[in-house]
Write a protein that binds this ligand. Structure first.
Ligand SMILES: *Cc1c(COP(=O)(O)O)cnc(C)c1O
Length: 458
């Protein structure tokens, strides 16, 4: 293998690049993998090593790399039109994709507004909800947002405002708008110190009270339905989402669901909302939309909200928002190729079998003294590593346990990326049962290897 080429690429990278969510001082000392090829559920580096894509290329890939149906769709589009503006013009792939998206989405959503990524899809959701109430008779006071602690909705200023991950957001606080924040509904570390089922879903009682008390001021409640992904795969207790929908509807508050991570089968249903029969007023999708091929996002909404923006030109009720690459035709073609696979195969049935296999494989890790919690919904899983299991105490961050486990797993031919000390497993929906077992096995091995070398906490 051409080691010199890899070395040279690493050197050139370190000379000119700045990577996302990366401490570059560490990166400069590291020997990062240089990925040059993908095939099915695997990535190949410049030295010819093969790795299972254990986090679906950061949660975007659904059906593997170089999937024929998606490749063909993008190629055919490339022969027709790569891009034209969507401001004042339209094109066939955007129209067809909007129809297909709405058919797949929870019933009652009827309009699609395109953008490029999850953050902008959420930025649009926030601006749309805000402007809707500004323009609605008697809605002027409804300008606040109800959000969840530890939420993640992206990295732009608006989506950071709606988010609640202190580590990412603290420094930007002076730039952010404030929101009314509810504690994370999450059972492993219940914010109320209760446990299920004796709690009687107290978190939902508190949430309902907050919505009722603040309803005159609330434009919308914003949540990641069922799984707060970036927070560390925190699972919303069953029933919470349905109750949030019921109370927001009762109180005239919009519900914005951010399905950027959970959308397109990842949780075992097409959308996480479907598990509880919930139809939001605004739904944001991105990541899996193009099967992990190209940047494209969409914000779906109802006819009611859409109509709130209609009027004579000079009334300026227009939604003044758009991007140069809004509805990029290549992205739309990739998304059409991706959605066609849901029609061709029983994807959700398959995910149900795979998630059962994953649950079974992960169960064997539960006995490890440093595994505090194993959380899973469909093919989204988090294994939380703790220093002290009864106290649920975390390791100090300088020990970089999560990073070291992920790094170790590479020796078993697996690429994963942790969230702090939560080891995330999010394999493509096209994985086989054997691949899922091997992934869980590699993660378990890496956890044992790293932890066995670890000294006591104090
Ligand atoms: C990843 C993510 C986003 C941001 O999407 P980008 O495409 O990275 O901007 C927003 N919300 C959730 C729930 C996400 O997981």
């Amino acid at each position: 293998m051409d080691m010199n080429r890899t070395e040279s690429l690493r050197k050139r990278d370190k000379a000119v690049l700045w990577h996302p969510f990366t401490q570059m001082a560490d990166w400069e000392k590291d020997e990062p993998l240089v990925i040059e090829r993908g095939e099915g559920n695997y990535l190949f580096d410049t030295d010819g090593n093969r790795y299972f894509d254990g986090v679906s290329s950061l949660w975007v890939n659904l059906f593997g790399h170089r999937r024929k149906e998606i490749d063909d769709a993008v190629r055919a589009q490339l022969d027709t039109l790569a891009h034209s503006t969507f401001l004042g013009l339209t094109h066939p792939p955007a129209i067809e994709l909007a129809e297909k998206l709405l058919a797949a989405a929870p019933p009652g959503l009827s309009r699609v507004f395109y953008s490029d990524n999850g953050s902008t899809a959420m930025e649009i959701a926030i601006k749309m909800a805000f402007q809707y109430w500004r323009q609605k008779e008697g809605g002027g006071k409804k300008a606040a947002f109800l959000t969840l602690s530890e939420a993640y909705h992206g990295d732009t200023i608006g989506s950071v405002s709606a988010g609640g991950i202190d580590l990412f957001h603290r420094i930007f606080r002076p730039l952010l708008f404030s929101t009314r924040r509810l504690p994370t509904p999450h059972c492993y570390r219940c914010p109320y110190g209760l446990s299920r089922p004796s709690c009687g879903l107290y978190c939902a009682d508190r949430m309902e009270k907050e919505v009722r008390d603040a309803k005159d001021h609330l434009a919308a409640a914003i949540v990641e339905p069922l799984v707060q992904g970036a927070a560390g795969m925190l699972m919303m207790p069953e029933g919470y989402l349905a109750r949030l929908r019921a109370v927001t509807r009762e109180c005239g508050v919009l519900l914005v669901c951010d399905e950027v991570a959970t959308g397109f089968g990842r949780t075992g249903a097409m959308f996480a909302c479907d598990h509880e029969g919930v139809v939001p007023d605004i739904l944001a999708v991105a990541k899996g939309l193009t099967g992990g091929y190209l940047p494209l996002a969409a914000t779906l909404t109802t006819e009611e909200i859409y109509r709130g923006f209609l009027g004579r030109y000079e009334e300026f009720r227009t939604f003044f928002h758009g991007h140069s690459y809004t509805a990029n035709p290549l992205g739309c073609a990739a998304a059409l190729g991706t959605l066609s696979l849901f029609g061709k195969e029983d994807v959700l049935g398959r995910v149900s079998g795979l998630s059962a296999a994953m649950e079974k494989s992960l169960a064997s890790l539960a006995a490890h003294p440093n595994v505090g919690d194993i959380r899973q919904k469909g093919l989204m899983a988090g294994i939380e590593i703790v220093a002290d299991r009864p106290a649920k105490e975390r390791f100090p961050s300088e020990r970089k346990i999560g990073q070291r486990v992920a790094r170790k797993a590479r020796e078993r031919g697996v690429i994963i990326r942790p969230l702090g000390d939560v080891i995330v497993l999010m394999p493509p929906l096209s994985s086989t049962e054997k691949e899922i077992e091997d992934l869980a096995d590699a993660a378990g091995w890496a956890i044992r290897e790293v932890l066995s070398a670890e000294g006591p906490l104090r």
